[in-house]
Design a protein around this ligand. Structure first.
Ligand code: FES
Ligand SMILES: [Fe+2]
Length: 357
C-alpha cells in the first residue's frame, strides 16, 4: 500500500508514542545475537529480550544456542567449556548436548540414572558474517533477512556495534527519520532529506526520501572520499530507508547500502550491528580482474568507513539515550512529531506484538 504524504501533517497521538516504549518483541523473527567471529570454541553469553543464551561452536564448527542456565543449580552454562560436542558446566561438570539434554554427570554412581532435566535450545544459523537466532518456542517458518553484499566481491563492508541504554523503538525511529541529518553535519553523511512517499505492509515500512549525498563512488580513487572530507561534493540521490521488522535497511543512491541488525536486550537496552557497504559496481574494469585479486581488494578495504560509521553511532546514541531518560522521568510528556514515516513505524511495532494475541 502506498501512502502519499499529505500537505499538512499532524502530531502522533501521545498514547501511541508512550505505549511503544514498553513494547516487547515479536519472537517469531530471526534476530542477530553475535558476529560469526565472536563465537569460538569457548561459550559466549548473549541476551535477546531478557533471555540469556549460551552460544558455542562444536568440534565440527557448527554453532549451537542453549538456554544459559544449568538445570542442576541454575548457574550460567556459559562459564563452562565445550568438550567435544557438549557444553560442560563449570560448577560440577554436568554436560549438555545441543538438544539441551543432560548427557553426562562425572560422578554418576553405577546405580544412578542420568537426570532427565532438559534446557531450551534455539534455532540458530550462521549466515553472512552473523549469528541469527530465532527466539520463539516454535520452529521457524521464515528465513533470516540475509546480507547478500557480505560475500559479494563488489562490496566493501564496515561494521560498527551499537550498545545503547534505550528501547529499540528509539533506535528504529532514529534510523527511519532522515531529517536527523542535521545531527551529523560535521560528519557529512547526507543533507536536505525530503520524505516523498511511504510503502507499507504487515512486516515492513519503506520510506522514500530525496536527499543530497556527499559521496560519489564512480572512480576507484573516489573511495578516498570516505577518509578526506575535502573531496566530497553534494549531489542529489534517492535515499530509501526500510524497517523490515525487526531490522533496518537503507540505500543512498547506487553507492551505499546500510543494514542495522537488531538484538533488543530489554525495555531500556538494545544491541545492534550497523553494517555499511560501499559499492564497487561502477568500476566495470575491476570486474574483469581475477577473483583472488578482487577478494584481496575487498578484504584490504574492509572497515574503510569505520571512522564515519563510529562517529555517526556516537552522535545517535547520545540522542537516543537522552530520549529514553526523558521518557523514564516523565512518560506522559508529549512529543511533537511531523514525520509520517514514524507514525507507520510505531504502528508496525505495535501490530507485531498484537499478532501474538
Ligand atoms: S550447577 Fe551446573 S553442574 Fe552443578
Ligand atoms: Fe544517525
Amino acid at each position: 500500500m502506498q501512502q502519499i504524504i499529505p500537505e499538512s501533517t499532524s502530531p502522533i497521538s501521545p498514547t501511541l508514542q508512550t505505549g511503544v516504549r514498553r513494547l516487547g518483541i515479536n519472537p517469531n523473527h530471526w534476530y542477530v545475537v553475535a558476529r560469526t567471529s565472536e563465537v569460538i570454541n569457548k561459550p559466549l553469553s548473549v541476551t535477546i529480550w531478557k533471555k540469556a543464551i549460551a552460544l558455542y561452536r562444536d568440534s565440527t564448527g557448527k554453532v549451537h544456542a542453549l538456554e544459559d542456565r544449568c538445570p542442576h543449580r541454575q548457574v550460567k552454562l556459559s562459564h563452562g567449556q565445550v568438550i567435544n560436542n557438549e557444553l560442560e558446566c563449570a560448577y560440577h561438570g554436568w554436560r549438555f548436548n545441543s538438544e539441551g539434554e543432560c548427557a553426562a554427570v562425572p560422578y554418576l554412581a553405577a546405580n544412578q540414572k542420568l537426570p532427565t532435566c532438559k534446557i531450551h535450545h534455539y534455532p540458530v544459523k550462521e549466515q553472512d558474517g552473523f549469528i541469527w537466532l530465532f527466539p520463539a518456542d516454535v520452529e521457524p517458518n521464515i528465513e533470516p533477512l540475509g546480507l547478500p553484499e557480505w560475500e559479494h566481491l563488489n562490496y566493501i563492508a564496515t561494521v560498527s556495534v551499537i550498545n545503547t541504554q534505550a528501547h529499540y523503538s528509539y533506535l528504529i525511529e532514529n534510523l527511519m527519520d532522515m531529517y536527523h541529518g542535521h545531527l551529523h553535519q560535521d560528519l557529512q553523511a547526507w543533507a536536505e532529506a525530503s520524505l516523498q512517499n511511504i510503502d507499507e505492509d504487515e512486516n515492513s515500512v519503506h520510506a522514500h526520501y530525496t536527499a543530497q549525498s556527499y559521496y560519489k563512488i564512480d572512480k576507484i580513487w573516489s573511495i578516498s572520499q570516505l577518509f578526506f572530507p575535502a573531496l566530497r561534493r553534494l549531489h542529489p540521490e534517492p535515499l530509501d530507508v526500510s524497517y523490515v521488522y525487526p531490522h533496518w535497511v537503507s540505500t543512498l543512491g547506487n553507492d551505499f547500502k546500510i543494514y542495522c541488525l537488531l538484538c533488543p536486550v530489554n525495555e531500556t537496552e538494545t544491541k545492534a550491528y550497523l553494517i555499511h557497504f560501499t559499492s564497487l559496481n561502477a568500476f566495470w574494469r575491476l570486474h574483469k580482474l581475477p577473483v583472488w585479486f578482487r577478494r584481496f581488494i575487498k578484504d584490504s578495504l574492509f572497515g574503510a568507513a569505520q571512522k564515519l560509521l563510529d562517529g555517526l553511532v556516537i552522535q545517535d546514541v547520545k540522542m537516543i539515550e537522552e530520549e529514553q531518560q526523558a521518557y523514564l522521568q516523565n512518560s506522559q510528556i508529549r512529543n511533537y512529531e511531523l514525520n509520517r514515516a514514524l507514525v507507520s513505524v510505531q504502528k508496525l511495532m505495535k501490530t507485531q506484538i498484537e499478532k501474538l494475541g
